[in-house]
Ligand binder design. Structure first.
Ligand code: SF4
Length: 407
């Protein structure tokens, strides 16, 4: 690997690297991610495809620094044993990965016995994110999850026994038929496990999903937004009591355990996504890989054959020549400013206007003087010197503030 004359598409501070694994054993009825069940025949060719794409991007970007790696999906833990290590070897050979980089993987509880956890840890992963979703078996059944509540707890214990000291647990709330009592019980059982990080997501029923059809046909109740708000408020209280810092609208961590990779997104930093449908934000562009895993496998595996030259700059003509790309969007200064504001405001300690202005390349306090003042007058935001932040009552209706920063 040579590292001479890197173009400044990626700053010296590095970028995040996201690896999308599009396979799930079963497709959950609420999920609209680019993931598929029943395409196991594409798993074997996925490995040479993704390692080829990683190698080619490394060459194209002249092996830039990487500060975090995140395997998401889909179900990365559904890949055959050893594949994560092979992908990480390709990443290490193609990029300058910070030795202290956070390397996360999403996993389903059913895939995680102690041997599997040890295998993942030994492959170089240092942060595990487990999709618990609920600790109530009826709700897990409704969500179409393939694990039981006891398996989720056992998966966490296996992770600890294997040596993981940085674990996130995901939960969902605002579920059809979910009572406040069920939520309180799930949350307190989760807190007893003392994971380093907890993410809580309200169910949104997306169009085109089986759950959307069930709701339309009256087979399940529509989500109760008032009850969901009460569940969120309860979570805020008990997690604060348990010592968790609420650092992003949907995320809590023990001190020093915020998710480094997701901070790249919220700080509107640079990131590269590899794998089918993965999104990237580099230079002045947002671009994404072809959605179809079959097309992706073919295109990524042959990218190297077309010859990879380091990109002198990230411009449209350069993007057009990348075989795996499904599309791209040029980010105007207006878009960059808006996104820097509303992504940064998701961080509840607040947005530092000077630092955010440096990222956006313009004085954001001046540019957004009117919407900032409106939000302050309406009690949506509060300001302390250079720091602008959501007021507590705005956390669940943050879009009321964010939309004011859209041109
Ligand atoms: S396991 Fe996750 S990614 Fe896969 S279908 Fe279910 S929700 Fe979607």
């Amino acid at each position: 690997m040579t590292t001479s004359n890197p173009p400044q598409i990626v700053p010296n501070s590095g970028m995040g690297l996201y690896v999308h694994v599009p396979f799930c054993k079963t497709k959950c009825p609420y999920c609209d991610f680019n993931t598929y069940q029943g395409i196991e025949n594409l798993i074997e060719p996925f490995l040479p495809a993704i390692t080829s794409e990683i190698t080619c991007w490394g060459d194209a970007l002249a092996h830039p620094p990487v500060k975090s790696v995140f395997f998401g999906g889909g179900t990365p833990s559904y890949l055959p044993q050893g594949d994560i290590e092979r992908i990480l070897v390709a990443i290490q050979s193609s990029f300058q990965v910070d030795p202290a980089a956070e390397i996360s993987i999403e996993a389903n509880p059913g895939d995680l016995d102690e041997a599997a956890c040890a295998g993942i840890l030994n492959q170089g992963v240092n942060r595990l994110s487990i999709g618990v979703q609920s600790l109530d078996n009826d709700l897990l059944n409704l969500l179409g999850r393939r694990h039981q509540a006891s398996e989720a707890v056992e998966a966490f214990q296996s992770a600890r026994q294997a040596g993981f000291d940085n674990v996130n647990l995901d939960l969902m709330y605002g579920l059809p038929n979910q009572s406040m009592e069920q939520w309180q019980k799930t949350l307190s059982s989760l807190i007893e496990l003392t994971p380093e990080h907890i993410s809580l997501y309200a169910l949104t029923i997306e169009e085109g999903t089986p759950m959307h059809r069930w709701a339309a046909e009256g087979k399940i109740p529509e989500p109760d937004s008032d009850l969901a708000a009460d569940m969120y408020q309860h979570a805020r209280e008990v997690l604060a009591e348990a010592g968790y810092h609420h650092y992003e609208i949907s995320n809590w961590s023990l001190p020093g355990r915020a998710c480094e990779h997701n901070l790249v997104y919220w700080e509107n930093g640079p990131y590269l996504g590899v794998g089918p449908g993965a999104h990237s934000r580099l230079g002045d562009y947002r671009f994404w890989t072809v959605l179809s895993p079959r097309d992706y496998n073919t295109k990524a595996a042959t990218w190297a054959d077309s010859g990879v030259q380091p990109l002198a700059d990230l411009v449209e003509t350069a993007l057009q020549g990348i075989p795996t790309l499904g599309g791209w969007e040029h980010l105007s200064l207006e878009t960059t400013c808006s996104e820097t504001m509303f992504l940064g405001l998701r961080l509840l300690d607040g947005l530092n206007l000077s630092e955010a202005s440096a990222i956006a390349g313009t004085d954001l306090a001046k540019k957004f003087q009117t919407p900032i003042q409106e939000c302050l007058n309406l009690g949506l935001l509060e300001q302390d010197g250079d720091c602008l932040k959501l007021t507590k009552q705005t956390y669940l209706v943050a879009n009321q503030a964010f939309t004011r920063f859209l041109e």
